[in-house]
Design a protein around this ligand. Structure first.
Ligand code: ATP
Ligand code: MG
Length: 276
């Protein structure tokens, strides 16, 4: 997982160039093809009786349909390339590799780009009617000083687990993401410290207390061999607790879904952190 950010950034970079070739060429294609169609229309007007060979060809290629459909095809290509460009922006946003230092970032932007990357896993699967619904309750948050790429990896791990857990269940999957600001008082002597709390809840099967108590242990997994490494949550724990001086916890009961709490101080850099 730790090299995921690097890989994502690499892939985004590689995709960016060719997509821009295609996108950049669509405008000239639109102009050229419009020109050709105009010339064609002019020919038809000037030479209404071009002879059998041409008339046959016109029919064979279904010229009327082509004339109508051409601009539509181009538009759909434009939508497609715009979508890819958006995804590339999100991938870069997600990895934020350029940021080796803590920077103030919009946490909601991070969650949203992580969700965009997971889009594919949220859509209905074959034979299913509904995909997984995402319900957002975003509070008013100031920018949070953090390692954005790493924090996005945490959201990614938690969301992926939630999606995994709801795999094949009967009731429609719902993931609720709630964000809020809260003051945490660690001891009576110190000032309360502002924290951001992100709660990610799923309506999956939940887990037993035994599983819950081992969640953050490295290599703890209940998934079949080859499916899970059991590292997702232990890496997330390291990122939240050691790198950001925050807390990562889970509330769950069997049959009652699971809720993960990611809590980090607004200004983690200003506190003394454990080395890590
Ligand atoms: N939302 C959830 N609902 C139910 N069980 C969960 C949930 N999230 C995590 N778990 C349990 O915690 C275990 C550990 O999760 P973790 O993300 O660390 O590893 P993994 O998902 O099994 O593998 P990896 O993330 O490395 O691919 C999972 O195997 C699963 O049993
Ligand atoms: Mg996992």
């Amino acid at each position: 997982m730790s090299s995921l950010g690097q890989m994502v950034a690499g892939v985004a970079h590689e995709i960016n160039n060719p997509v821009n070739f295609i996108h950049g060429n669509l405008k000239p294609i639109r102009d050229y093809s419009q020109g050709l169609l105009d010339v064609l229309a002019l020919y038809q007007e000037r030479y209404p009786d071009p002879g059998e060979v041409i008339l046959d060809k016109v029919e064979e290629v279904d010229l009327e349909f082509v004339r109508e459909d051409f601009p539509k095809v181009l538009s759909s290509m434009e939508i497609g390339t715009n979508r890819i460009r958006q995804i590339v922006v999100s991938l870069r946003n997600f990895s934020r590799l350029d940021e080796a230092e803590m920077k103030p970032v919009d946490i909601h932007e991070g969650i949203d780009s992580t969700l965009l990357i997971l889009q594919n896993r949220l859509k209905p699967r074959r034979g299913e009617e509904a995909g997984i619904e995402i319900v957002k309750h975003y509070g008013q948050l100031p920018k949070v000083e953090c390692y954005a790429g790493q924090l996005n990896q945490v959201f990614m791990n938690i969301l992926n687990n939630a999606i995994d857990s709801m795999d094949g269940q009967e009731q429609p999957g719902v993931i609720t993401i709630t964000t809020e600001l809260l003051d945490v008082t660690s001891s009576e002597k110190t000032e309360p410290i502002p924290h951001v709390l992100v709660r990610i809840r799923d309506n999956g099967p939940g887990m037993t207390e035994t599983v819950r108590s081992k969640l953050f242990d490295p290599f703890f997994t209940t998934k079949p061999v080859g499916k899970g490494t059991g590292l997702g949550l232990s890496i997330s724990y390291k990122i939240v607790v050691e790198k950001h001086g925050g807390q990562l916890s889970c509330i769950s009961e069997l049959g009652k879904g699971a809720e993960f709490h990611v809590q980090i101080p607004l200004y983690p850099g200003h506190q003394s952190l454990e080395p890590g």
